[in-house]
Design a protein around this ligand. Structure first.
Ligand SMILES: [Zn+2]
Length: 478
């Protein structure tokens, strides 16, 4: 579908040409607010924000003069928040399927290291496009390992209309034989933290890939800079058995214990994965108010274990959900989050409810904003917050009849039901396609360039393609 024919189907009230200062009253069949599903509610959007969220009757009286858009059969819900993503990995996809853990060493570091700025930009734009198609309106990028100016990722996110917490990597023990100067790393970090002041969509963040790849001094410096700037420090923690054992051999401490010693745990730390966690480490997370990005699909595809998210939540640990660059699909993400808690923990103790449906919608929206330090910006359908929301078609056979919409959305919801994606009050996608830039042209350009990039990057796959794997096993008679 070309841009022009798509635009013909967009209701005039949602046209990108319409001035954002013109308030509009949306009247959907249901609204998902922090208190749950509301029927008979309206939402007033003005200047990119939610101005009012209340019973439609009272809003009609209060805002009688503004345009009203009836949305029968539609749910207005917050956009999903991906609290752990890698925008520079969008060309990798199936290269990582079936691979044993620690694919960052064999696939991601070689691929990201090979990408020039144009390819990083294209990967970022593709990842942003995929995120929006999956109903994700905010992502946290955990830092790309490519050289050069990574502000091209910010450019890509802004062009696509995706809200982005953008990390840059501050490792001072890199794999290369010429480690960068510590002062240069910190100068770059400071520049990054102050670069996006006043930017509507981009929030800076600092990252260290894994704790063992930095000195204790650098871990602490990076944490302190994030604390002073009110930003988030991102790192991968206790993800795989190999990572835990490497840390034990190098530092005589597990990764989380190592972060504690370096004074790099606290309310500004966002620890991704945290799947292999001891009771003492759970206490460390709770006592330091460190947040966690639970990445269920990463566990499905390449993990040794599952983050005990419900146990953490019961301890008062803050959690968001992340894709880790696996699959940018908000509905499949919440489904995986619930399913994995059930399989890994619920089955053995008879916990058949495993969060009760609504918890996973909340963790993937309000919870995600909270762990990213954006709870005053986005994550809920609430007056004063940015109008980041989805219009979801409820009038589908899968939801007929619907007895419990939160549970229905977690287990039966599908990306195909997302009719419109709004970020900052602006329509970004309509029926899965961008309304103000050419998604198909981007895909064509990437198809021309990605093959060569992947062929030339020093990627080492263990598995081979699915056909090679099958042939190899057949030759061995197994
Ligand atoms: Zn990651």
């Amino acid at each position: 579908m070309t841009r022009n024919s798509l635009l013909d189907t967009v209701p005039a009230e949602f046209s990108p040409e319409r001035p954002s200062s013109e308030a509009v009253l949306l009247a959907p069949a249901a609204v998902l607010t922090p208190e749950g599903i509301q029927h008979g509610y309206g939402v007033v959007v003005s200047d990119g924000k939610f101005l009012a969220v209340a019973a439609l009757e009272s809003l009609s009286a209060e805002f009688g003069g503004i345009q009203r858009v009836d949305l029968p059969g539609r749910l207005l819900m917050p956009g999903f928040i991906d609290s752990h993503q890698h925008l520079a990995q969008a060309f990798g996809k199936a290269l990582a399927f079936g691979e044993p853990s620690e694919i960052f060493k064999r696939i991601w570091v070689p691929l990201e290291g090979f990408l020039n700025q144009e390819l990083v930009y294209l990967s970022g734009k593709l990842a942003a496009f995929e995120a929006l198609r999956g109903g994700i309106t905010t992502v946290a990028d955990a830092g790309a390992r490519s050289s050069g100016d990574l502000s091209v990722l910010a450019q890509a996110a802004e062009e696509a209309g995706l809200r982005c917490v953008l990390g840059i990597i501050c490792n001072d023990f890199p794999e290369s034989p010429n480690p960068p100067d510590k002062n240069e790393i910190l100068k770059r970090a400071d520049d990054h933290l102050s670069r996006y002041d006043g930017n509507a969509l981009i929030t800076p963040s600092l990252a260290i890939s894994i704790p063992e790849i930095a000195s204790d001094w650098m871990l602490n410096q990076v944490y302190e800079r994030c604390r002073e700037a009110g930003r988030v420090f991102q790192t991968h923690v206790n993800e795989h058995l190999a990572a835990v054992e490497r840390s034990l051999v190098d530092r005589r401490l597990r990764p989380l214990e190592h972060l504690a010693r370096a004074k790099a745990l606290g309310p500004h730390t966002l620890a991704a994965h945290v799947t292999l966690v001891t009771p003492a480490e759970l206490n460390l997370l709770r006592d330091t108010d460190t947040a966690v990005a639970y990445n269920p699909v990463a566990s499905q595809w390449k993990g040794n274990a599952v983050c005990p998210a419900l146990q953490m939540e019961a301890l008062g640990i803050r959690l968001g959900l992340g894709t880790d660059g696996t699959r940018s699909d908000g509905f499949r993400l919440v489904d995986a989050a619930e399913s994995l808690q059930r399989i890994a923990f619920g089955l053995s103790v008879g916990d058949s409810s495993c969060g009760g449906g609504y918890k996973w919608l909340d963790m993937s929206s309000r919870g995600g904003a909270e762990v990213l330090g954006l709870s005053g910006v986005t994550g809920s359908i609430k007056p004063g917050l940015a109008a980041d929301f989805l219009l979801v078609d409820l009038d589908v056979p899968e939801l007929t009849p619907s007895w419990d919409l939160p549970w229905d959305l977690v287990r039966l919801g599908n990306r195909s039901q997302i009719e419109a994606v709004f970020v900052g009050g602006r329509l970004r996608l309509w029926q899965g396609w961008p309304v103000d830039w050419d998604g198909k042209a981007l895909m064509e350009r990437i198809n021309k360039l990605a093959g060569e990039a992947v062929a030339q990057a020093p990627i080492k796959r263990v598995h081979g393609t699915s056909a090679e794997y099958t042939g190899f096993r057949r030759e061995l008679g197994i």
